[in-house]
Ligand binder design. Structure first.
Ligand SMILES: Cc1cc2nc3c(=O)[nH]c(=O)nc-3n(C[C@H](O)[C@H](O)[C@H](O)COP(=O)(O)OP(=O)(O)OC[C@H]3O[C@@H](n4cnc5c(N)ncnc54)[C@H](O)[C@@H]3O)c2cc1C
Length: 490
């Protein structure tokens, strides 16, 4: 096939790249290995007929804040600055309330963090309300997470475009510099030095543990603070009807621009492709297998490190999770694992290649925001060593039972995916790593190699755009945005 551009892989990064290239008038073909488009945005009936489960991402905080999605003008993506007098385009605002091709549904509570012997910590859209629930840590929450939220989307833009290009916004740079000092710290350090309550320390650890890093590692605070800031800035919504709705909207936009999208087509080698521009939504290991690369670059890719894997469970329930603290029911995202010390221990064990019997569990109950998924569906995962074959079902369900006694009685059906099953469904999830590579300080910018434009490869016209490029994991499409921008500037 001969065309101007081929995009390999239809995750959010591939889809954004394909749309931008088509928008610029290029003839574009998008090739996806799976039968369904979307990569980490796919949804399927994993348990019972009519039950919609997200196979990957559900929480769309990054998507809603992403410059790439905001620029595409997909209906529903139009967060305006907090405090802005400007009404959002098409009637949307930071609540993402617009109904169009994509509708975001916000839970009443952004996230909850249950604790054994006291009420759960609740993260609200409103920073002062969240802070008020943290007692003696109210002021420090406002001075850290609250300050990052008040800095607004310009600060988020800097985080999502770590290598630029930046607009000259001195205020945002100053705020980023201030944020950077705290963000660089291990979260165990920030939590112990700045926070004084069990609640404050635990909730920060729960946020930071999304990074899949040992919580004693540098920049884990940054992940926690950024996610906390997004909770206040844009919320952590879910896509009404399942994340596939967003993937389908992006594919529809691409096709409306004249693009050709083909599923069930796995590209095995670049020599199969006849195009001036090739954008690859794949990670280094796959790229190494599909291209003849110069030795230096090849060695750089071989040094790239993958992160831990996950073990994911999906359930169909006959009713909501019976949380001991009923306030947890209002949150879509729940962090399970107890105190900072417990979460830090479980993540440290995992980083050492062990399986914690009481793991940190990230649980998403989309029904708290969205009643259109065929009933009470739920997913949760814990981090495991890369490539692990250990069945973590009992450990995960044990952690849920700890905070929601009687949970197992609600289960109608369950579906488990360990690292091998995850990778079989999406080759980008190497060893079950859902982040496309370790999210360490070194690999924040050396992603996948040290370069001012790491989306470019030594092969003329060939670009990488997956979450193995900056800014890394999550549904934001920024890898695709950067790769397409470079391709179009040639
Ligand atoms: C269980 C899970 C939960 C998650 N939760 C969240 C969340 O709540 N919020 C969030 O923001 N992020 C979440 N993420 C992360 C998010 O899904 C990813 O960071 C994001 O999807 C990465 O996008 P991508 O375009 O780089 O790659 P992917 O979305 O992984 O897509 C890559 C695509 O390329 C295709 N492909 C690969 N190789 C080939 C080939 N050779 N030929 C053709 N096609 C190929 C794959 O089949 C796949 O469709 C989660 C991920 C998982 C797995």
């Amino acid at each position: 096939m001969s065309t101007d551009a081929v995009v390999v892989g239809s995750g959010p990064n591939g889809l954004v790249a394909a749309i931008l290239l088509a928008q610029a008038g290029r003839e574009v073909v998008l090739l996806e290995a799976a039968d369904q488009f979307g990569g980490g945005l796919r949804s399927a009936e994993l348990t019972l007929p009519g039950r919609v489960h997200d196979m990957g991402a559900t929480v769309m905080a990054m998507a809603l804040a992403s410059p790439a999605f905001r620029e595409l003008g997909i209906s529903g993506f139009d967060p305006k600055e907090p405090g802005s007098k400007e009404p959002g385009r098409r009637g949307t605002d930071l609540s993402g309330a617009e109904v169009g091709a994509v509708e975001f549904a916000h839970p009443e509570v952004v996230a909850a963090h249950p604790l054994d012997d006291r009420p759960a910590v609740l993260v609200h859209r409103d920073a002062p309300r969240t802070a008020a629930g943290l007692g003696r840590d109210a002021a420090v929450w406002q001075a850290t997470v609250g300050a990052a939220a008040r800095a607004g989307l310009p600060l988020v833009d800097l985080m999502l475009k770590p290598l630029g290009p930046w607009e000259p916004r001195p205020r945002a740079f100053a705020q980023a510099a201030r944020f950077g000092v705290a963000a660089a710290l291990p979260v165990t350090t920030l939590a112990r030095r700045a926070f004084r309550t069990v609640e404050g320390r635990a909730v920060l650890a729960g946020m930071a543990a999304h990074s899949m890093l040992d919580l004693r590692a540098p920049i884990t605070s940054g992940y926690g603070l950024l996610l906390g800031a997004l909770a206040h800035l844009v919320g952590w919504p879910v896509v009404k009807g399942g994340s596939q709705v967003l993937a389908d909207a992006l594919v529809a936009r691409f096709r409306a621009l004249g693009g050709e999208a083909v599923s069930g087509h796995r590209v095995r080698h670049l020599r199969e492709l006849d195009a001036e521009t090739v954008v690859l939504d794949v990670t280094p290991r796959q790229f190494l297998a599909m291209a003849d690369l110069p030795a230096g670059y090849r060695r750089g890719l071989e040094r790239y490190r993958y992160g831990p894997g996950v073990f994911k469970l999906d359930w169909a329930l006959d009713g909501p999770v019976p949380w001991r603290d009923p306030a947890v029911a209002a949150a879509s995202t729940v962090h399970l694992g107890g105190t900072l010390e417990e979460i830090a221990l479980s993540e440290a064990e995992m980083a050492r290649g062990r399986h914690s019997p009481r793991p940190y569990v990230l649980l998403v109950q989309p029904y708290a925001a969205d009643d259109s998924r065929g009933g009470h569906t739920l997913w949760a995962y814990c981090h495991v060593p890369n490539g692990s074959r250990v069945d973590m079902t009992d450990a995960i369900e044990g952690q849920i039972e700890r905070f929601a006694p009687g949970f197992r009685d609600r289960v109608l059906a369950r579906h488990a995916m360990g690292p091998a099953e995850l990778e079989a469904g999406n080759p980008n999830l190497v060893g079950g790593d859902i982040g496309g590579g370790l999210a360490s300080l070194g690999q924040f910018v050396r992603r996948p190699v040290w370069s001012a434009a790491p989306w470019r490869t030594p092969l003329p016209g060939v670009f990488l755009c997956s979450s193995a490029t900056p800014p890394g994991a999550a549904v934001h499409g920024m890898g695709g945005w950067q790769a397409a921008r470079l391709a179009l500037s040639r």
